[in-house]
Design a protein around this ligand. Structure first.
Ligand SMILES: [Zn+2]
Length: 355
């Protein structure tokens, strides 16, 4: 296979601007988000205090995980204090149906289902995007969230296939050198995908074996399955008058190659591409290139708030990293995990938020 497209990103040298300088973003245009884990055990008063602090420190929108019941509480508080709120819920990883509907789950090129053979990590229990039942499940779930008072939108995550190739810096963790698509990480070859594809193109993709990686038609078909699914969810959410956003891979090129996620074609209101530079052995120049690429793509079409991993950002300093994003076209940033900010982190964050 030819060299992967995402390598080209690294070759773009002219896009880097403003790292380490003060770029004076216009405050009125800035919107910052936080992915927030936990909080369910806090009382309403504690939760309100936490959210008010976020607002006071320069956060405009929150992406908390949790149950529908928790979201009822969050919606009420966010409405009171004027925070935007998108409910963060994983899309394709949903382990809860494995016992009742094992046939809804993805199967790899070795014919193994994630139900019995989860790839890489135990929580990797991916649904197949081609099945009508999966589509109904996801549409019903996300639209049910839209009835919650104070909720502005829903937020998709893991809205992709399993990593057929891991980000380069993560491969050694699994003792892997992924210079080609290995069958145990290549999805989906379930009966539904195989028969639907065969009906359209006249051959069974399972028969491609090691040639599967070079079959552009089969690759494209799988990208399309996910795009169609996401856009159906988006259409249903939009009908309720709410918004839809997502955590996606750093650029469409990287996303297509690593996780078969063609997010360039997702009809969403906002994108939070996870520009987790350590995972790609990237530095601030890598970040600048990636942000500039996405900004050019999304300008005027959707909100763009690059995702930053707090653990990766601290070595450069929060202010410096946010400035790189803003200087290259971001409308704000999204931090993971926002609930792990230290007092020191907040002091730095506020310097940007109140510029
Ligand atoms: Zn399938």
């Amino acid at each position: 296979m030819k060299r992967r497209d995402f390598i080209k990103i690294a070759a773009i040298t002219s896009l880097y601007a403003c790292a380490g300088q003060s770029c004076s973003p216009e405050k009125k245009k800035l919107k910052n988000w936080m992915w927030l884990r936990g909080g369910q055990n806090l009382s309403d008063a504690e939760l309100r205090e936490f959210y008010r602090k976020l607002k006071d420190d320069g956060v405009h929108g929150v992406l908390p995980d949790g149950s529908n019941e928790f979201y009822e509480r969050v919606g009420h508080i966010c409405k009171q204090i004027g925070l935007e709120f998108h409910a963060w819920r994983w899309t394709m990883i949903r382990p809860g149906y494995m016992k009742v509907h094992p046939e809804w789950y993805a199967v790899n090129r070795n014919g193994e289902s994630v139900v019995k053979h989860p790839p890489y990590v135990n929580y990797y229990r991916w649904l197949c995007p081609s099945k009508k039942e999966v589509e109904e499940l996801l549409i019903n779930d996300y639209t049910s969230l839209c009835n919650i008072e104070g909720l502005n939108g829903v937020h998709l995550d893991y809205v992709r296939y399993c990593d057929v190739i891991l980000p380069v810096a993560l491969q050694p963790k699994y003792n892997l050198v992924q210079n080609h698509e290995m069958p145990q990480f290549d999805y989906c070859y379930c009966d539904t995908c195989r028969s639907k594809y065969k009906a359209e193109y006249g051959y069974d993709p399972m028969k491609l074996k090691d040639r599967a990686e070079d079959d552009e038609q089969w690759r494209q078909w799988r990208l399309d399955q996910l795009v169609v699914l996401v856009n159906k969810i988006a259409e249903s959410v939009h009908k309720t008058g709410k918004q839809i956003s997502a955590a996606v891979f750093p650029t469409p090129e990287i996303a297509r190659e690593l996780v078969r996620q063609d997010w360039e074609r997702f009809n969403l209101d906002a994108f939070m591409p996870m520009a987790y530079f350590n995972d790609y052995n990237g530095d601030l120049k890598w970040l600048a290139d990636v942000v500039k690429r996405d900004a050019a793509l999304l300008k005027g079409k959707a909100g763009f708030y690059p995702g930053l991993n707090l653990g990766h950002v601290r070595k450069y300093g929060i202010e410096k990293v946010i400035n790189v994003c803003l200087a290259n076209g971001a409308q704000g940033v999204t931090f993971f995990p926002g609930n792990e900010f230290s007092d020191e982190d907040w002091l730095e964050f506020k310097k940007i938020a109140y510029k």
